[in-house]
Design a protein around this ligand. Structure first.
Ligand code: IVH
Length: 718
């Protein structure tokens, strides 16, 4: 049963031209406007509750914003019809602030997903290759259930719980100590032997299914909204500012690994789990030490069968290399460790009606068709939209408005339309015609040869792209400005307050002399305006990698942005190098392509970005507003390898090329693909060819694999 679902939420008959919800704002009469304001107030309140309290949004931010904007436009035409419960009074209200931020000493990573046995085989083989294991060598892997809750880090000092934090963005979470102290299965004081003096236990906060049903039952009796599923219930309960509310919620905690800061001699993951149990933690009971892929596959099948009988929700199983020394060697790439993988269960499916196909315009102008669905519950969550990917996909599946469709949802993945139930199709249904002009700006839509996507070519002149560009600029891995969410971005864009990234940083200055300052806007006050200015000012100092990522250059994600920041170190050096590299015969161009991780197509996108005068002007204006310090590579300590450029050549016998590269980077070095006068060391394996020769000619220091291993063994922390 849905939480207090107001009838108006899904009732608009958008196909009916007489339904007020289908009528453009400037054509609504008074009566229709009043009806629409009532519907919008109920609908927005409903989505606010799902978003802020249940942690279970049903619609995208863009769709939510469209409702808010429509409400505001109608109110502007009929100010006297504004309702006492108008949503415009609430927009800009502070979002669950109040928890202190906690920086994670060691980042809280997430897991790469595997959906098929082939993906798992690839994971297995990758591990073997990285560690240079013999092809037939087997190794121990621990298989565990993947609990569907929210992860937390618990810090113990001398066996006493001192701090608990959410994962947050992986680098920084929220201090939830007071709430975690209320969870019965979290030991306040550890028991048993060999407890490390300083210990960080990580695990999942979750709710048993039966407790979740009881809680919802009780909430209905008390006239409160139900939670959509146990995970949302657990997340909503942990996020309570009042810990006495958390105390009344039946939360539990499973520990799944720990980081000992000192004094631990355990060498395998399965022993760690044993230690956790001995110290008083709950550890999931269905855990198995496997020796082969076949054993993992068996575990997966068994767990899939048992899934419904377990007391708690799981959405897959997790495989972790057992040897801790190997885990350390494998390290991580981006936000995921190389030593573990999540093998997800098959997506849950449901049938519903596809009401309409809408087109969304993304940051890079790509037009994405999105299915608006008759809301349906899939795996405990109400789904009302699903992606259709692109025009080819619509053609291939022959999806049409009005069709009965099968949709699926896998974990956090956006719901997808799997297929059409053809025998339920109406004879009157019509094939979908992909628009040839942009729905946001009317601009020409082009299909670039070799690409499936169709794009609007109006770039920042297209309001949808400009808004998405701004949204990317302030997003989590970019400027991460608290309180400047998509709703504000869109409203500020429409009102011409923020149209380009630099406007964010001049907002306060302009606001001081504005006749309509922010504090006087609907839903804002002095406090919320000052909070926003403060959040913006906090980001005037930004690291180079975040800055590069924020620029939104095609193909340049946060990993590549970091690579560029590491290599060029400062913004002026990067800009200068990109200018010089416009000439494909230049050293700068060779230098760019020589970066391990930058291919020709990426280089092309980078260079065309830096070729565009408009982009350079934006960068220069931003430079006036910001402080971008020289990029410092975080290494344990300065070492003989810090800031050095290394080239590997020939076959390494003790370490795979991937491990050698990862180790060098961890020690502060850069790895290049070819030898130049900037190379500091060439590590020569067996059968080295021209690169060893080039090193000799250029007088670059050559290391044997043994010498390289010696340097590493001396520097890598055990
Ligand atoms: S290990 C670096 N083990 O899944 C290892 N995670 O999709 C990271 N999760 O953020 C976590 N059960 O919240 C691990 N047995 C388990 C897990 C588990 C659930 C969650 C965890 C993590 C997410 C990644």
């Amino acid at each position: 049963m849905k939480p207090e679902l107001p009838l108006e939420v899904y009732s608009p008959d958008l196909g009916n031209p007489n339904d007020p919800a289908s009528i453009a704002v400037d054509r609504l009469n008074r009566e229709q406007a009043a009806q629409e304001l009532a519907r919008l107030a109920a609908t927005i309140a409903y989505h606010d509750r799902l978003y802020f309290q249940e942690d279970a949004p049903e619609i995208s931010d863009a769709d939510y914003d469209a409702l808010v904007v429509r409400n505001r436009q109608i109110e502007a035409r009929f100010p006297d019809l504004r309702r006492l419960d108008s949503p415009s009074k609430r927009v800009g209200a502070p979002v669950s602030k109040g928890f202190k931020k906690v920086k994670h000493r060691v980042p809280m990573l997430s897991l790469e997903n595997a959906f098929t046995l082939e993906d798992v085989t690839n994971f297995f083989e990758r591990v073997g290759r990285f560690l240079s294991l013999a092809p037939a060598q087997t190794f121990a892997v621990v298989a565990e259930p993947k609990i569907d809750g929210l992860s937390a880090a618990l810090h113990y000092q001398n066996g006493k719980l001192r701090l608990a934090a959410t994962r947050g963005d992986g680098s920084e979470g929220e201090d939830i100590t007071a709430n975690v102290r209320q969870i019965a299965t979290v030991p306040q004081v550890l028991q048993g032997k060999n407890i490390p003096e300083s210990l960080e236990v990580r695990g999942e906060i979750y709710m048993n299914r039966s407790d979740f049903f009881n809680l919802n039952h009780q909430r209905v009796q008390e006239g409160e909204a139900e939670f959509a599923n146990p995970r949302n219930a657990a997340a909503g309960s942990v996020r309570q500012l009042d810990a006495s509310v958390t105390a009344r919620r039946p939360l539990r905690f499973f520990a799944y690994y720990y980081e000992a800061i000192s004094g631990d001699t355990t060498t395998t993951h399965h022993e760690c789990l044993q230690n956790l149990e001995n110290w008083g933690f709950s550890v999931a009971s269905e855990i198995r030490l496997c020796q082969s892929l076949a054993e993992l596959a068996e575990f997966y099948t068994e767990m899939n069968g048992k899934r419904a009988d377990l007391a708690y929700d799981i959405d897959g199983v997790v495989y972790k290399v057992d040897e801790l020394a190997w885990q350390r060697r494998l390290g991580s790439v981006g936000r995921t460790p190389r030593y573990a993988v999540a093998h997800k269960f098959e997506a849950e499916k449901a049938e519903t009606i596809l009401e309409e196909i809408n087109i969304q315009v993304g940051r890079t102008g790509v037009l994405t068709p999105v299915a608006r669905l008759k809301p349906v519950t899939v795996g405990g969550v109400v789904v009302s939209r699903a992606t259709l990917h692109n025009a080819d996909e619509i053609d291939r599946k022959d999806v049409r408005a009005g069709d009965h469709v099968i949709i699926q949802r896998a974990g956090d993945v956006i719901p997808q339309v799997v297929s059409v139930v053809l025998n339920k199709r109406s004879a009157a249904s019509k094939e979908f015609v992909f628009p040839n002009c942009c729905p946001a700006c009317g601009g020409e839509v082009v299909q670039i040869p070799g690409e499936v996507a169709r794009r609007c070519m109006n770039r920042l002149l297209c309001p949808a792209q400009a808004v998405e560009h701004l949204r990317h600029f302030v997003s989590r891995d970019a400027f991460d400005i608290e309180g400047l969410g998509i709703r504000h971005i869109e409203a500020f864009y429409q009102d011409k307050l923020i149209q380009s990234p630099v406007d964010i940083f001049t907002l306060e200055e302009r606001d001081k002399v504005s006749l309509t300052p922010l504090r006087a806007r609907e839903g804002w006050g002095s406090q919320s305006a000052n909070n926003l200015f403060e959040a913006i000012n906090e980001r005037r100092t930004i690291s180079l990698d975040r800055f590069i990522y924020a620029l939104g250059i095609l193909q340049i994600g946060s990993v590549t942005a970091k690579l560029l920041a590491k290599h060029y170190r400062t913004l002026p050096v990067l800009v200068e190098a990109m200018q010089q590299a416009q000439d494909p015969t230049s050293d700068a161009y060779r230098d760019l392509l020589n970066l391990d991780g930058i291919g020709e197509s990426m280089a092309e996108d980078l260079l065309s970005f830096f070729h565009e005068p408009h982009n350079l002007a934006v960068i220069h204006k931003l430079q006036d507003q910001l402080l971008i310090p020289e990029f410092i590579i975080e290494t344990a300590a300065e070492s003989v390898l810090s800031h050095k450029t290394i080239v590997f050549t020939g076959t390494l016998e003790k370490m795979s090329r991937a491990e050698a590269k990862a180790t060098a980077e961890r020690l502060g070095a850069k790895v290049a693909g070819s030898v130049s006068k900037k190379t500091n060391f060439v590590v020569v394996g067996a059968d080295a060819g021209s690169k060893a020769k080039a090193a000799a000619e250029l007088g670059v220091e050559v290391l044997t694999e043994e010498q390289w291993m010696e340097i590493c063994n001396g520097l890598v922390k055990k």
